[in-house]
Design a protein around this ligand. Structure first.
Ligand SMILES: NC(=O)c1ccc[n+]([C@@H]2O[C@H](COP(=O)([O-])OP(=O)(O)OC[C@H]3O[C@@H](n4cnc5c(N)ncnc54)[C@H](O)[C@@H]3O)[C@@H](O)[C@H]2O)c1
Length: 460
């Protein structure tokens, strides 16, 4: 049975129409008027590939392949209605031409120099974009080598304590807000060492005291997130760090109507895992072992070569199978999976990562089989459209009365290796459930019928 949204089907047609009823007006998504400011923490490979990509797309030099917000459609009504508008025509998203980028980095390179250093995009393309890219110069970062051992930052803020650093970031945000109409922040900086939640993360008061006391449990990523959420700015985390998955951040997010979501861009191997694992489970095929290994040679690979940063990444990558297979419900099929993940820094490959998976599965009567996946991917080419979509959807969430004050935007799990969900609720890792959740959330906020795929009404 299709569930009716509050405004019913007609609201879809009338979305944005001044004659809509008062009730619809109160829940209506605000239009994306003016400039959207995007503050990027870390102007490295992913960030510069996103920024240069947006610039190239704006000029008609390239196509936004991999971006659901730019290329995806959404079915409305029945299959027989033949109504599948582009997502960006259905929900009011910021137009790419209205995006203004800024950011922070621990190095002074402007975006053109950083993109050239990352060597993801071809020099011919970068040269065409040079005048625009070199105008984007990073602000000094909040950084402490204790949290990213392999990097030595030179372009770094100084402050008497972490509270002072947070205030400097808040001043950066407020200054940027004067130039644009809305702001979103995204962490595309290096992976920090593995940290666990501590009492200092339990409440806003405890965290603010921890900032003054320079508590070791507060990493730079948390200081950026705190600054963003205090300023009412939505925050996305592209890395696996412990950042917004903390009670203090959830509290701040709700209090200041600053949406947050999970963490760690779901790009290569985990993307494949969250496609294949649900397929095995749907067919009740068992799995004994899943060995995943990677070689990559970019700066991210260098940072992840350090055991404490690798541990953060490993934890994020490990979670997906456990949740998808539900071994507690299917012990015979999934109780004893041996799941191993390796990331090897191998400089000759640069950003062109290679991932191998060996999956030991078993079928009818327990007979064993194997599946091998060899994914020759480009890390930042996969991550850039995800970063862009997260930014655009978080901005949408901020303009949506039904979403902006709920804190965690579970519907954005689709993009993330470690989805975040309400406390006590297990996260959904299955890519297709995530995709359905995302699209139904868009239908819901626009007052359209949800699509459940039941389809019995075609046979009435
Ligand atoms: N590319 C992918 O497919 C992918 C997938 C999932 C997650 N990630 C994560 O995204 C992040 C970025 O990846 P990348 O390949 O662009 O890495 P990168 O090393 O090229 O870029 C990271 C940038 O962050 C800067 N930085 C580090 N600490 C900072 C701080 N405290 N403040 C400001 N800047 C800081 C570094 O100087 C660097 O320029 C990494 O954490 C990575 O693990 C990437």
């Amino acid at each position: 049975m299709a569930t009716k949204g509050k405004g019913g089907k007609k609201a879809v047609v009338r979305a944005g129409n001044a004659s809509a009823s008062k009730k619809t007006a109160a829940t209506k998504v605000e239009p994306a008027k003016g400039k959207l400011g995007v503050m990027v923490v870390g102007l490295g490979a992913v960030a510069t590939t996103m920024i240069a990509g947006v610039e190239a797309i704006r000029r008609g030099l390239a196509s936004p392949v991999g971006s659901l917000t730019q290329m995806g459609t959404i079915r409305l009504g029945k299959r027989t209605d033949n109504k599948s508008p582009l997502i960006k025509d259905f929900v009011p998203l910021a137009d790419l031409k209205d995006i203004v980028f800024t950011g922070w980095d621990i190095f002074e390179d402007n975006v053109y120099e950083a993109a050239a250093h990352a060597a993801v995009l071809k020099p011919e393309l970068l040269k065409k974009l040079k005048p625009a890219l070199q105008k984007i110069k990073p602000m000094p970062a909040v950084f402490d080598q204790y949290y990213v051992k392999r990097l030595h930052g030179t372009h770094v803020k100084k402050g008497k304590n972490k509270r002072d650093l947070a205030e400097q970031l808040r001043a950066d945000i407020r200054a940027f807000k004067k130039k644009v109409d809305r702001v979103v922040m995204i962490w595309a900086a290096s992976t920090e060492i593995f940290l666990e939640p501590k009492p200092v993360h339990r409440s806003i008061e405890a965290f603010e005291k921890g900032l003054v006391d320079n508590d070791r449990a507060i990493a730079p990523s948390q200081i950026y997130a705190y600054a963003a959420l205090k300023e009412g700015v939505p925050f996305a985390n592209g890395a696996p760090n412990l950042t917004v998955d903390l009670p203090v951040m959830i509290e701040l997010s709700k209090k200041n109507a600053a949406p947050i979501c999970g963490k760690d861009f779901k790009t290569g191997q985990t993307f494949m895992k969250t496609v294949l694992a649900p397929a095995f489970k749907a067919r009740m095929l068992g799995v004994n072992g899943w060995f995943s290994t990677n070689i990559l040679g970019n700066r991210d690979g260098e940072v992840l070569d350090e055991p404490q940063s690798f541990k953060t990444k490993e934890e994020s990558k490990l979670g997906s199978l456990e949740y998808i297979f539900q071994p507690e419900i299917y012990p015979e099929l999934y109780k004893d999976i041996y799941h191993k993940i390796r990331i090897n820094y191998y400089p000759p490959r640069g950003d062109e990562k290679e991932a191998w998976d060996n999956i030991d599965i078993f079928g009818w009567l327990g007979y064993p089989m194997q599946l091998k996946v060899n994914f020759l991917c480009r890390d930042s080419i996969l991550a850039a459209p995800i970063a862009l979509d997260l930014v655009l959807f978080l901005d949408l969430a901020k303009r949506t009365p039904k979403l902006r004050s709920i804190g965690i935007q579970e519907w954005l799990s689709f993009y993330l290796k470690s989805p975040q969900s309400a406390p006590g609720l297990y996260p959904e890792h299955d890519l297709f459930i995530q995709s359905m959740k995302l699209k139904n959330t868009l239908r819901h906020i626009m007052g359209a019928d949800l699509v459940t795929h039941l389809g019995l009404d075609y046979y009435d």
